[in-house]
Structures are given as C-alpha cells and as structure tokens.
Ligand binder design. Structure first.
Ligand code: AMP
Ligand code: GLY
Length: 428
C-alpha cells in the first residue's frame, strides 16, 4: 500500500512512525512533514491546507490511504474532496469537522443532546457580552467561536480580564474566528483527554491521556498547544471511562447522525473531571498533540489494519492491542514559545538519547539544513519513554532529555505530576 499522512507536527511524526511499521505499507509520504519524518518517509512539499494539490498528488501517485493529522484541512473539506475523487481517507467530512471548528456549534449541539458541558451563552455583540459578564462575575471563560490554533480561550480570573478578552476578540484578535464568542461557566477539576477512532455510531477507544497545557512548571504561564502528556491516566478509572462513553461519546455519535453529520475519523473529548462530574470542555475531530505521541508508543497492533477495517465498515472486528506500560511524552520547545521565538538552532543528541530502547524522539518544528537538524518551530521535539509505571517512565524520559541540546531549549520538568502524586499515595 501507498499511504499519505497530512500534517507536519509531533502528532504526525508519531502517526508516520506507527504506520511505517505496518507490513501492509510499502511507501509512505507526508505532506509536508519535518526533519524527523523525512528520515522515515518521503516528504511532499505541499501545505496541509492546499487540498487541490493534495488530491492531485494522491491521484498521480496512486495513494491507497490518506490519514489526516490536523483540524484545518478537515474543516476545509479535504475528506469531502478525496471521497468525491474515490480516494480513501481517514478523517471527517467538513460537515462533521464543525464540531471542532465552531465552539458555538459544539456547545449548542451538546445542549441539544444533553451532553454534559459548562453552562454558556454565545454572543455577537460586545455590549451583550459585557453585560453577561457583569451579571455572572468571575472567574469566567471566554472562547473565540472559530479555530484559533488552541489560543482562542481566556480563563479570566477577574471581570476586568474578561472585559479585556471580549474587547480583544471582537476587536479582531483572531480575525473571523472571534466575530462570535462563547462565554461559559468556569469549571473546577482535573482535565483529561479521551480519544477514539469512530465511524457513524461505533467507536474504538484509545487509552486515556492527560496533557499539560500551560507553558511552565506547576501549571504556570500561558496556555500552549501542550507541553507534555502521559497515557493512561488513572483519573479515568474503568467506571469513569464507562460514564464518559455513555454520556459523551455515544450521544455525540448518535446526535451527529441525527444532524446528518456522520463522523469518520478520530474523535477527541477534552474533559474536565471534578466536583460537577464529567464535563466536555471541547471536542476535537483529530488526535491530540502531544497525546498522540505516548498513545502511539502504546499501540502494539497494526494501526493501518484497524483504519482499513473501520473504513470498510468492519469496525466490530477491530481489536487493538495496547502495551500495559505507561507512556510519557515531554515537549522540548524554543525559548519564547508560545509567543515569538528564534529558529535555526542546531539540535544535537537525539541519536544518543534514542540508544535507550525505551526512548523514541518525535520531531515537530524541525528542518534539515546542510545535513544538520535545526529548530523550525515553537514546539521542537516530543521525547517519549515507555516505563513500568509513571515514575519509571518519567525517570527515563528526563534522562534522555538531558542528552539533547539546542540553544534556548526549555521543557517542563513536572510532566505527569498529578499521576505521580496519585501513584505515591497508592492510588494506582
Ligand atoms: P478549550 O480549547 O475549549 O479546551 O480550552 C482550552 C483550555 O482552557 C482548556 O484545556 C482548559 O484548561 C481551559 N478551559 C476551557 N474551558 C474551561 C472551563 N469552562 N472551565 C475551566 N477551564 C476551562
Ligand atoms: N493537546 C491538545 C490538543 O491537541 O488539542
């Protein structure tokens, strides 16, 4: 088979790495990839959102299966266009991708189908939003309706912060994505990610995971795309998992069918688990980054075989095998991320780190220039380890990180801290 993966981050490196292991796969391409992906796949210089060129490439190169990483091409109808040309693709049509692309859609949908989520209102006018905040008080959460690369959410501790967020958003901070906003109740608790492979009303769950969204240790600093993740997380016990499936995944898949928006691809529920039970903070129509990196480390069976069976309507036959060990991924980022940062810093030590067979280093923002691997983005690498438990995995991953160097590198030193506390107190 000839497989194309669309995207260029750490998530896509992990997908390419796993897909490459399939005995079914002869050739693997990635548009447009990064330096790490370039070592194991053929890179294609087409942007993930240049759908016209991707369709042409897939036809000309007789691609048998395309797997989409990021949300943007899905929301811009890559799956619709591929399917119209008779090309096999794992990813939702744009009619279903709206579940991530519009927070207002997602919130109205959850309300309609009684899927637990924070109480909210949507606003098109600044004045109405300000009056609502005055009525509700702080803390309160302000969200741009559209896609804003994970940056369109402000958790405001004070009313003033909330007013400012509303002004920024209606003032065009995120362009058309913030012409409409959602304001919602602040929920206390612990976040977790629950990702499934889905088709119509059926789903195959992956192991649970937990991301760390803030830039710095102790959950300080600005929100990022994610600074590290581990899998599984014991906050999702078997009972909690059952409840997540019954109260969120099943009604979502059924509700989307009722709306004529059948799903086919990855479905990611971002959850808050706390005093108000299990609530959905957001849905994503893709795998998470960096959650994918530890999750793929745990998958022992053939991802390509699973995807093909799902696409062929044989999801009941899909039975993935997962490694019992704990996987962890720590992001190494460029100084300044998530704001501005420099590029072009030479990276060394990756091979040294990977000498330990429990370690795999996935690339995100990297390029190869004159035979050297250099930084080319905010999130540069995700270093992953498999361990007997969270403590073992953490020890291994941080030992590996010490071997990797580039100017201005920073990373969180406390990835998995909640799980480690639970582990130490005998909770798992
Ligand atoms: P979202 O993109 O909607 O998942 O929001 C980004 C981040 O903002 C989440 O990962 C949470 O850390 C935080 N957040 C979003 N909604 C809420 C909420 N209602 N209460 C508390 N924190 C929230
Ligand atoms: N790690 C969070 C996300 O991918 O949205």
């Amino acid at each position: 088979m000839r497989v194309l993966v669309v995207g260029n981050g750490g998530r896509e490196h992990a997908l390419v790495w796993k897909i490459k292991q399939s005995p079914l796969v002869k050739e693997i391409y990635c548009a447009s990839g990064n330096a790490g992906i370039g070592k194991i796949a053929t890179r294609v210089k087409i942007s993930p959102t240049d759908i016209y060129s991707l369709v042409r490439f897939a036809k000309e190169n007789k691609i048998d299966l395309t797997v989409v990483g990021p949300e943007q091409p899905l929301s811009e109808a890559i799956a619709d266009r591929f399917e119209a040309e008779g090309l096999k693709i794992f990813g939702h049509k744009s009619s279903a991708a709206i579940l991530e692309a519009s927070k207002a859609f997602a919130k109205n949908f959850m309300k309609k189908y009684s899927i637990p989520t924070a109480v909210y209102e949507t606003f098109d006018r600044e004045e109405d939003a300000i009056n609502f905040i005055k009525k509700q008080g702080a803390p309160i959460v302000i969200k741009a309706d559209g896609l804003a690369a994970g940056k369109g959410v402000v958790v405001a501790k004070t009313e003033e912060e909330a007013f400012q967020a509303v002004k920024d958003m209606f003032g065009g901070k995120f362009g058309p994505a913030s012409k409409r906003i959602v304001i919602e109740e602040f929920l206390e608790g612990e976040e977790a990610s629950y990702i499934c492979m889905v088709k119509d009303d059926k789903f195959i769950p992956m192991p649970s995971s937990q991301d760390h969204k803030r830039a710095f240790d102790n959950d300080q600093g600005p929100n990022t795309g994610g600074m590290g993740a581990y899998s599984p997380t014991s906050i999702i016990t078997p009972e909690v998992e059952k409840e997540i499936q019954e109260k969120t995944i099943v009604p979502t898949l059924k509700g989307m069918i009722s709306e004529g928006r059948n799903m086919s691809g990855f479905l990611y529920a971002g959850l808050m688990i706390g005093p108000k039970g299990i609530n959905v903070l957001e849905f994503n129509v893709r795998m998470g980054d960096p959650e994918t990196q530890p999750i793929m480390r745990k998958l022992k069976s053939d991802l390509v075989e699973h995807i093909l069976e799902i696409l062929e309507g044989k999801i009941d036959k899909v039975n993935p095998v997962w490694d019992d060990r704990t996987a962890i991924g720590v992001v190494m980022a460029s100084k300044g991320y998530p704001d501005s940062y420099e590029k072009g810093k030479v990276i060394s030590g990756i091979e040294e780190a990977e000498k330990d067979e429990s370690i795999v280093v996935f690339h995100a923002g990297t390029e190869e220039i004159n035979g050297k691997i250099v930084t080319n983005g905010g999130r540069v690498l995700t270093v992953t380890a498999l361990g007997e438990n969270i403590i073992d995995a953490r020890e291994k991953v941080y030992k590996a990180i010490e071997k990797i160097h580039f100017e201005g590198a920073f990373y969180r030193k406390d990835i998995g801290w909640r799980e480690i506390e639970r582990f130490k107190s005998g909770g798992n």
